[in-house]
Design a protein around this ligand. Structure first.
Ligand SMILES: NC(=O)C1=CN([C@@H]2O[C@H](COP(=O)(O)OP(=O)(O)OC[C@H]3O[C@@H](n4cnc5c(N)ncnc54)[C@H](OP(=O)(O)O)[C@@H]3O)[C@@H](O)[C@H]2O)C=CC1
Ligand SMILES: Cc1cn([C@H]2C[C@H](O)[C@@H](COP(=O)(O)OP(=O)(O)O[C@H]3O[C@@H](C)C(=O)[C@@H](O)[C@H]3O)O2)c(=O)[nH]c1=O
Length: 289
């Protein structure tokens, strides 16, 4: 099996390099090595020349607030480029694996959303990621789109690492407590991807860890763990404050309810997804070490 992996230096891309390597001949590229999603003609030419059996696209414009002020770039990376990859995959008969987000939903209600729930993104990032999904589905290529959420990995930037940094710099932290979702490990996403690539089934799947928390619950776990491990912190034990979304204005609006149901994925691929907490603790141990 010949696999083309794009975005190898991202959180998910880095773990995919490990998880996909045993499956065959892996060509893992970052943007400097010819895998620039902004150069869509060169991207198409690369795929034609390599003629992979599987294309895994882990590259994206993931800066949610910045996307509000650079919508054209976000659209190119999150929609146009995945559309080009999908057209090339259709031409080759290749499988395209792609990642999307809880931010395609508006976050109303309190129930976990299934894959066929109505989408209604609140941000440029969410809109362009949805457009990417739609172009892939319209291309007719064999594909698996995994919608995930609140991704963390030992490599790359993420919310947990931001909290560790801020807790070392500040006396107090204010963290949103009314946005609910599931922190999901890049390693879990990569392992599930490798499993699914062995016996692919075209479709869109929700791929998130089990359980749920708020950003405040997530931050509290990170900081309690760091304190217990003797990591030097400036923030006081009772100074991780729970605040509502309205008290933390951001350029991009985020969904309140980011709960995603994973039943479809678990049934299709015979998996049970682990609770979110152990993976976060593993990542923290790796980062702090
Ligand atoms: N992070 C999250 O919380 C979530 C992510 N997702 C989705 O999962 C996927 C993987 O995300 P994640 O690994 O966390 O993202 P990261 O931000 O960690 O990585 C994104 C990667 O995309 C690369 N990239 C950016 N611009 C380009 C470009 N022009 N050409 C090629 N590569 C480029 C980056 O490269 P460079 O390092 O050079 O900038 C980086 O390696 C994405 O599709 C994302 O939308 C879904 C839900 C949550
Ligand atoms: C830094 C900080 C953030 N927050 C809030 C803002 C926001 O609502 C939430 C998370 O902030 P971040 O900017 O780290 O995360 P954000 O970029 O919104 O994370 C999203 O990234 C994209 C790529 C996705 O697809 C989503 O699933 C999600 O993971 O925490 C606080 O409440 N206090 C703080 O001190």
């Amino acid at each position: 099996m010949k696999i083309l992996l794009l975005g190898l230096n991202g959180q998910v891309g880095w773990e995919l390099q490990r998880a996909l390597a045993p499956l065959g001949e892996l060509h893992a590229l970052d943007r400097q090595q010819g895998g620039d999603l902004a150069q869509t003609e060169a991207l198409a030419a690369l795929v034609r020349k390599l003629a992979p059996n599987v294309i895994v696209n882990a590259a994206a414009h993931t800066a949610v607030d910045r996307a509000e002020s650079e919508p054209d770039l976000a659209r190119t990376l999150n929609a146009t480029a995945p559309g080009v990859l999908a057209d090339e995959a259709a031409r080759l008969g290749a499988l395209l694996v792609h990642y999307s987000t809880d931010y395609v939903f508006d976050g109303s209600g309190t129930e976990p959303r299934t894959e066929d729930a109505a989408t209604k993104p609140l941000s440029v990032y969410g809109r362009t990621k949805l457009e990417g999904e739609e172009l892939i589905r319209a291309s007719g290529c064999r594909h698996m789109i995994f919608r995930t959420s609140w991704v963390y990995g030992a490599r790359g930037g993420n919310f947990a690492k931001t909290m560790l940094r801020l807790a070392a710099e500040r006396d107090a932290l204010n963290v949103i407590a009314d946005q609910i979702g599931a922190p999901t490990g890049a390693d879990l996403i990569a392992d599930v991807t490798a499993h699914a690539v062995r016996a692919p089934q075209t479709g869109t799947y929700h791929l998130v860890a089990g359980g749920e928390t708020s950003w405040h619950g997530y931050a509290s776990l990170v900081i309690e763990w760091a304190r217990a491990k003797g990591v030097p912190l400036k923030v006081a034990a009772d100074a991780v404050k729970a605040i509502p979304t309205s008290a933390y204005p951001t350029p991009a609006q985020r969904p309140l309810n980011s709960r995603l149901s994973t039943s479809k994925l678990e049934q299709a691929f015979g998996l049970q997804l682990p609770h979110w907490q152990p993976g976060v603790l593993r990542m923290l141990a790796e980062v702090v070490a």
